[in-house]
Ligand binder design. Sequence first.
Ligand code: ADP
Length: 336
Amino acid sequence: MAEDKVHVSAAGHNLAPQPTERPTEIARPIIEVAHLHKAYGATVAVDDVSFTVQHGEIFGILGPNGAGKTTTVECLSGLRVPDGGTIGVLGLDPQRDRHALRGLVGVQLQEGSMPPKLTVWELIDLFASFYGNPADAGELLDLLGLTAKRGAYYKRLSGGQKQRVSIALALIGNPKVAILDELTTGLDPQARRETWGLIEGVRDRGVTIVLVTHFMDEAERLCDRVALIDSGRVIAIDTPVGLAEREGGGNHMRFHPSRPVDDALLTALPQVDQLEHQGDRIVVSGSGDLLNAVISALATADTEAKDVQLQSATLEDAFVRLTGRRSENSEQDGQR
Ligand code: ADP
C-alpha cells in the first residue's frame, strides 16, 4: 500500500540509479501509539502505553482483568478521548480525523449493543449502509459461514453464530484495520478454533488486526506479536514464542548421559543458562535450540543423551512471571 510507506533513497550506491531501480521502501507502522494515558476520575486505566503495529500483523493485547486493554483499544478506535499521549492510525488521529477513519477501522461490537429484532441479513445490510464503500455482504456471509443463517433473527443465533455476526459487522465497511475485543469469549472449543481460522483468513485478505484477549492459547495460535499490559503499562512486547522463551523461565532438557560428562562442556554452550544434577540425571535450562546444541556437544565427547525429556516455556509461564498472576483461562488451557 503506497500510502503506508516512507521512501528511503538508495544512499551509498556507487552507480547512478537506473530507470528501473526503485528506492528501498520501509513500511511505516499502520498504528503508532506513544505514551497513551487515560484516567477515569481517580482510576488510572492506562498509565503509559506505547506500541506500533505493522501492516498485515495480528497484534495481540494481553493482560489481566483491569489492566487497561479495552480502554487502550477504545482510544485507538476513537470511542474514548485520551488524556495524554499520541495515537496514529493509518497516519490519522482517531479524534481529530474520526470521520476519515470511520470506514478504515472496523470495531467488533459486544452482543449487548446489537438490535436483537433484526435478521442477520438486515443487520449486515443496515451496517453496510453506514459506509461509502462497503464489502459485498453476501461474500462476507459466505466467508463467515453465515449464508444459511441470513434470514434468522439475531437473537435466535448460537453464541458462535453471534460472534461471527459481530466479526462480519466489524468487516462490512471494508476496513484496513479491525479491532476485535474478546473475540472468542463464551465460545465452545470447536467454535473457538473455527473463529481463529476465520481471523487468519481475514488477515490473509490484507486486514491488519488488533486483538484484545486474555486467552493464552488464542494469542499463541493467532498473534504475530503481543503487548503484555499490566496496571496500565506495557511490560513486554514480543512474539508469543519470544516472550515465552525470554520471560517464561526458559526451556528445560532432562537426560541421562551415557557416561559421566564434564559440566563445562555444556555450560560453555550459548544456549545453556543453567545446569543441575538430579541424581544421575542432568537438567539443563536455556533457550534457542537447546536439544540439538546439547546433543551435538555430547557427541564430541562420545556421549549420548538417554531418556530425554523436554519442557518448553509457554506464554502462560511468561504471563505468570511478569504479572505475578495466572491467566484467567489457565483452567481452560489445561483442557486443550
Ligand atoms: P481491561 O480491558 O484490561 O480489563 P479496562 O480498560 O476495561 O481493562 O479497565 C481498566 C481500569 O479502568 C479498571 O480499573 C476499570 O475498572 C476502570 N474502568 C474502565 N472503564 C471505566 C469507566 N467507564 N469508568 C470508570 N472506570 C473504568
